[in-house]
Design a protein around this ligand. Sequence first.
Ligand SMILES: *Cc1c(COP(=O)(O)O)cnc(C)c1O
Length: 383
Amino acid sequence: MGNIENDKIWLSSPHMGGNELKYIHEAFDENWVAPLGPNVNEFELALELYLKSNVNIAALSSGTAALHLALIECGVGFGDEVICQSFTFSASANPIVYLGATPIFVDSEIDTWNICPNALEEAIVDRIKSGKTPKAIIAVHLYGMPFKVDKIMSIANRYNIPVIEDAAEALGSKFKNQFCGTFGKYGVLSFNGNKIITTSGGGALVCQTKEDKDFAVFLSTQARDKATHYQHSHIGYNYRMSNICAGIGRGQMEVLPDRINSRRTMMKFYLEIFNNYPGIKMQIEPSNLYYSNHWLSAIVINPEESKFTSEDLRLGLQKFNIESRPLWKPMHLQPVFINSPYYGTDISENLFNNGLCLPSGSNLNELQKERIGNKITDIINSF
Ligand SMILES: *Cc1c(COP(=O)(O)O)cnc(C)c1O
């Protein structure tokens, strides 16, 4: 046992439910130690039953792989343009470049921190004017908060551009009582180690049709044509989920509702603290149409009102071995994307400059929460 007073408190760490090892043992007992098998099928089924909406799900090796295959299924190729929310993790945008296409970045709005409908429409109109209709729109439910689904979908439909929903952080989040990941032509889930549930590493592509799912599975298993020998008429990928990882996923699906409750409780815990201080806003649901899994509790600070900066708070917490992290740095400000077009103003940039993600794990115990709460209060009061 470490010293409880100083044990590292992580932003978000894996939280097993109990049955994961049972499913892994089954895989060993039956020698399904491969990127296919009963756990993969059952994990996909559990996800489909959970998300309802008659979706078809392909379990893959990562969320990034799911995005890559979604773009391929949208027909994205060399020289094409794809619109992408700028305020996100780089994995949302990288697969555009894998395909030789150009990302067109779009700013956020302040209600959900996700892609801004006005800037999106401006971008679409301008790209069409300069000769290229964007092949897809990648919109992100950041930190679990649903983007403005109605507005974004209606703009996309008006211009007949497919939406890829990056729901990597938003499993269990809902808009108008429908699960995130089920609105777009494709939805992307991630089960990386820090996400709301994990398979150690993994992801899934949510498809509206069985044909789309079957094609994703085909591409993810090296694109083998139906023949006894190895024959290929497509470029394939090695992107299928392992049956061992899927065993972890099956166990995790059994506790997903608990995990969502815990994350939402963490958000309320912080809200109660920050309500006592000026200049600190949390990322909260703009109305009861939105339901966030609150994967990470995130705040944005106005340093003029609060008298301290997000970096002051981050460094203060770090001294007590408590991890916190700046919000995602927008893609249009990243050195690697410096030449990509951008539409919008400085909303995502301001969020980045003044924001912070706080420890949000579902496995934080009462003592740890008390420690976090006390330290935050001490730090704020010291300014
Ligand atoms: C985690 C994440 C991804 C990538 O998922 P991996 O499974 O890590 O490849 C994509 N987009 C967002 C917004 C993420 O947070």
